[in-house]
Design a protein around this ligand. Structure first.
Ligand code: NAD
Ligand code: DAU
Length: 329
């Protein structure tokens, strides 16, 4: 099977590409190589086409494919608050363009979406696949828009598409703007860890290997028009994650700085994963061990993240995001 992986040069997409190669599949990657896309994430020899999922001519340049798994997206909530336009363009229009290509080719389609489309939920509750969409940020609103395009394409045009909704994912190769790689790399450098608000927000942590296994299962066995939640049910407050990172890196507790909260900050996500588990999926990675192993990967792979953190683009973003917050504490 020739499988198109869009956004394959990013964090989760690149792990998914490796997984497909192990399974013996023929893989082609289409990636715009935004600030988050990095060819160094991909194994040597993978076919990589630089292009934009929101441009039909770029998607058509790929040629024939039997299936497409769409990881391509603008993904960072804080960036969506600073500037939402690109999120709508890629996460909604890009999804629509890819669906049209899948329709023309009669290809299987998997949309990689997120638990954030459900919005935050009360302690004790868990979001199910048919719950209403209540996105809070420009990022999650854009992802919800993409999901709705998928469901419309299934119903109206009969596209063979399914959706996965994964929870907060961690592991090697994650761009160091997200909390885990940001805090690990800052801790390794003795720099402050800017914890938003009271730090008691809850995220449900999923190792990238388990996330990719869930997406692959849905690619092969998911049904058209169906949505599948993916989560390990490892719910932890951000303060707890921060403590674990300090322990794993041996850094000083004094690095923690409580800073101004994120606008519209979701308090808690939690997913009911019984539907995917009924297909045979279960998580394999323990959170404590997985976070420690990830911290070790960053310790051993400075050559991967130091150039990113030194680059002008990252420093500009970090300044805009944190300079005012850190100065205020
Ligand atoms: P990432 O930001 O690491 O990578 C995104 C990739 O998409 C990059 O390689 C980038 O260059 C590419 N891209 C961006 N715009 C593009 C465009 N217009 N055309 C082609 N390529 C483009 O993202 P990630 O964290 O690996 O997330 C991958 C997918 O999984 C996203 O759809 C995201 O919404 C979803 N997701 C992520 C998480 C998480 O915790 N990271 C959890 C659940 C779901
Ligand atoms: O839930 C799935 C989502 O997880 C994905 O769809 C998104 O693409 C991914 O970015 C992630 O979104 P979050 O907003 O949950 O991830 P982030 O790492 O940005 O933040 C995690 C938590 O940590 C959140 O409560 C905000 C907090 N935080 C984050 C950063 C970057 C801090 O306290 N300080 C920080 O510097």
């Amino acid at each position: 099977m020739r499988i198109l992986v869009t956004g394959g040069a990013g964090f989760i997409g690149s792990h998914f590409v490796r997984r497909l190669l192990v399974a013996g599949e023929d893989v082609v990657v289409l990636d715009k190589l935004t600030y988050a896309g990095n060819p160094a994430n991909l194994p040597d020899g993978v076919e990589l086409i630089e292009g934009d999922i929101a441009l039909a001519e770029d998607v058509n340049s790929v040629g024939r494919f039997d299936a497409v798994v769409n990881f391509a997206a603008e993904t960072h909530v804080d960036r969506s608050i600073l500037g939402p336009d690109e999120f709508v363009r890629t996460d909604v229009t890009g999804t629509l363009v890819l669906l049209q290509a899948a329709d023309e080719q009669g290809a299987r389609y998997v949309q990689v979406s997120t638990d954030e489309v459900y919005g935050d939920i009360e302690p004790g509750a868990a979001s199910k696949e048919d719950d209403p969409l209540r996105p809070s940020s420009p990022y999650s609103a854009s992802k919800a828009g993409g999901d709705l395009q998928v469901l419309a394409a299934v119903r109206t045009y009969g596209v063979n598409a399914s959706i996965t909704r994964g929870s907060n994912t961690y592991g090697p190769n994650q761009y160091p703007e997200k909390i885990l790689p940001l805090f690990v790399t800052n801790a390794l450098d003795g720099a402050p860890l800017p914890l938003y608000g009271d730090g008691r927000q809850v995220r449900d942590w999923l190792h990238v290997d388990d996330h990719c296994a869930g997406v692959e299962l849905v690619l092969r066995e998911g049904r058209p028009g169906e949505i599948y939640n993916v989560a390990a049910n490892e719910e932890h407050e951000n303060v707890e994650l921060t403590e674990l990172i300090l322990d794993a890196t041996g850094a000083d507790r004094g690095l923690i700085q409580h800073v101004e909260d994120r606008a519209g900050h979701d308090r808690r996500y939690s997913l009911d994963t019984s539907k995917l588990r009924a297909l045979g999926w279960s998580s394999t990675r323990n959170w404590n061990e997985g976070v420690r192993a990830t911290a070790e990967w960053y310790r051993a792979n400075r050559a991967w993240w130091e150039p990113i953190k030194r680059s002008g683009g990252f420093r500009d973003y970090y300044e805009r995001q944190y300079a005012r917050r850190l100065a205020a504490t």
